[in-house]
Unconditional design. Structure first.
Length: 576
């Protein structure tokens, strides 16, 4: 049994392990292989060694390429063929229905419906003319002849002009009468009203007619009335009727459809005609305008979530980040992925270092002989400041590296040579000179002077005054000048109040406020205790004409000022 037969007989086998996945893959391969080569780069679907997802990707590639051709090329042609076949079957059914209706005597209603259906099929097929056939008188009066395709039962003149291929006023009236009979209504109860009479001219502007909205279908010709028997007609039609292709099917559909959009079709045809008459430059400009319109529509259309900047999870589709390549900063070093290669490399490194004895740790120091320890060998770092500069130290180190270190024995030999050369030089000088040269003074006392390393000599010309050597603050002091318009900063710079800007004045004002507030706070925190003498003086100062006699017998006021005696001038002291 094949896989399809198994699943048809027992669908529960999908849940069992009896059906293997290879059978499904083989079934997919057998179905899709015939269309693979012509619609994809693959020659066939490969299933050997592949799982279901990989086979599905191959099938998806093929089906995506087939979809467009299937929807726009194959299906319309298949629908056209199916529509023609269905129409012929409907005709057969309608003919059978007409036979049954004639035998049972159920008559006019079925005749009307069949005539409408036949009219539809006739216009659907796009055929309006049929060849005339000779018919006998018996056939004309027979019910079969009266129910031929698309012809009315009787050839009556259309008084009101309402009959067409879709509507028959006689059939409509018969249907209304039948419905009223079923409902028990009586047509004679009401006055006869001509519902289909002419409408007065005064209301013509407000009445909407059928012809205003729909194009009038082509009238059925009288050849339908003279159609032969149904069997002969059907046989002749099948012989003469050619097979309809896709173009005939589209033409039939266009003729059967109501002409509702005449204006739009005319506009489209006019635009198409105008495009044909355009010059090459105008066509180029038209293409540019179309491209601009397309770009404008794309600009105002909704953008993809990835182009909108910062997007929250609820504003983007589910699992949409899986399709994007994200770039983000890591705050920490990424953890290495431990793979088999990394593990093997670590194991090999550990084995190699164990063999070499390379453990990368500090060697352990053990004091084995404590008796050989000498405290003199220990180095003691001096905390005193070095007398040599850093440049001199570097210079000495460089010279030692270039000249080599001198040992103590060599240094003693050098000193001995210097002494011998000095003594022989003295003797030679004494022999070569007429005067006796005293011996050179030897150093007996070393005097150390704690003087600065650099001493500057003050060389000043005598013609220059000492005033020019003074600083500006020493020559001129703003506090001594007594001018209240000048201000001296902490640096000693003197400014006039007129030179200060508005910001400088505000800054100085804020500084004075802070200074005064600080003084007030200090006074409040540390109040000065007044002595008894000051309290007595403050009490006496409130009184008037108080004189204080000090220890010397002088009279003073409360503030300590000496009081002078006022000589009273009498009349004797005045001169005429």
């Amino acid at each position: 049994m094949s896989l399809i037969e198994k699943l048809t007989s027992d669908p529960t086998q999908l849940l069992d392990s009896s059906v293997e996945s290879s059978e499904f893959l083989a079934l997919v391969k057998g179905i899709i292989d015939p269309i693979t080569k012509g619609h994809s780069v693959l020659d066939e679907i490969y299933i050997d060694g592949l799982d279901a997802s990989q086979v599905w990707q191959q099938a998806k590639i093929i089906l995506d390429n087939v979809t467009e051709e299937l929807l726009f090329d194959k299906l319309p042609s298949l629908k056209g063929a199916a529509g023609v076949k269905g129409g012929s079957e409907d005709e057969g059914d309608s003919d059978d229905g007409s036979d049954d209706g004639s035998e049972d005597g159920s008559g006019s209603e079925e005749v009307g419906e069949e005539s409408d259906d036949e009219a539809q099929h006739a216009e659907f097929d796009g055929e309006d003319d049929y060849e005339e056939e000779p018919i006998s008188e018996g056939e004309e009066n027979s019910p079969e002849a009266s129910t031929a395709k698309g012809e009315p039962v009787e050839d009556k003149k259309d008084v009101f002009g309402l009959n067409d291929g879709f509507f028959s006023i006689d059939d409509f009236n018969k249907q209304i009468l039948d419905q009223e009979r079923e409902q028990g209504g009586d047509l004679n109860d009401e006055d006869d009203v001509d519902y289909f009479g002419d409408i007065p001219d005064s209301d013509d502007d407000e009445v909407a007619y059928y012809d205003d909205f729909f194009a009038k279908p082509k009238e059925l010709k009288s050849d339908y009335k003279k159609a032969g028997s149904k069997k002969n007609k059907k046989a002749k039609k099948t012989e003469e009727e050619p097979e309809l292709n896709e173009d005939d099917f589209e033409d039939g559909m266009k003729s059967a459809m109501l002409d509702l959009f005449d204006d739009e079709d005319v506009v489209q045809e006019e635009e198409h005609q105008e495009e044909k008459n355009l010059s090459s430059f105008e066509r180029q400009q038209l293409a540019i305008q179309q491209e601009i319109a397309k770009l404008e529509n794309e600009a105002i259309a909704e953008k993809k979530w990835a182009m909108k900047g910062e997007t929250k999870a609820k504003d983007r589709p589910t699992d949409s980040l899986l399709d994007e390549d994200l770039e983000f900063e890591r705050t920490a070093k990424p953890v290495p992925v431990i793979t088999k290669d990394v593990t093997e490399s670590l194991e090999e490194m550990i084995r190699r270092r164990i063999k070499e004895g390379n453990f990368d740790d500090l060697p352990r120091r053990i004091i084995s002989d404590v008796t050989n320890f000498k405290p003199s060998s220990s180095f003691q770092l001096s905390e005193e400041k070095s007398s040599k500069s850093l440049a001199e130290l570097y210079e000495n180190e460089y010279k030692q590296e270039q000249d080599g270190e001198i040992s103590e024995e060599l240094q003693r030999a050098h000193d001995e040579v210097k002494d011998l050369f000095a003594s022989i030089s003295y003797k030679l000088d004494a022999l070569s000179s007429a005067h006796f040269i005293p011996k050179p003074a030897q150093k007996s006392i070393d005097i150390k002077v704690n003087a600065p390393t650099i001493s500057m000599e003050d060389a000043q010309p005598l013609t220059q005054s000492t005033g020019s050597t003074l600083a500006p603050q020493e020559i001129y002091n703003a506090t001594r000048s007594g001018d209240g318009n000048e201000i001296q900063l902490k640096s000693g710079t003197v400014f006039s109040r007129d030179e200060l800007t508005r910001e400088d004045k505000q800054r100085m004002r804020r500084a004075n406020k802070r200074k005064r507030s600080k003084e007030f706070k200090e006074r409040e925190q540390n109040p000065v205790k007044k002595s008894k003498k000051q309290q007595v003086i403050e009490t006496l100062s409130k009184a008037k004409n108080v004189t204080v006699i000090d220890s010397k017998g002088q009279r003073r006021d409360v503030e300590g000022n000496v009081k002078k005696d006022k000589v009273q001038q009498g009349t004797s002291s005045l001169k005429l």
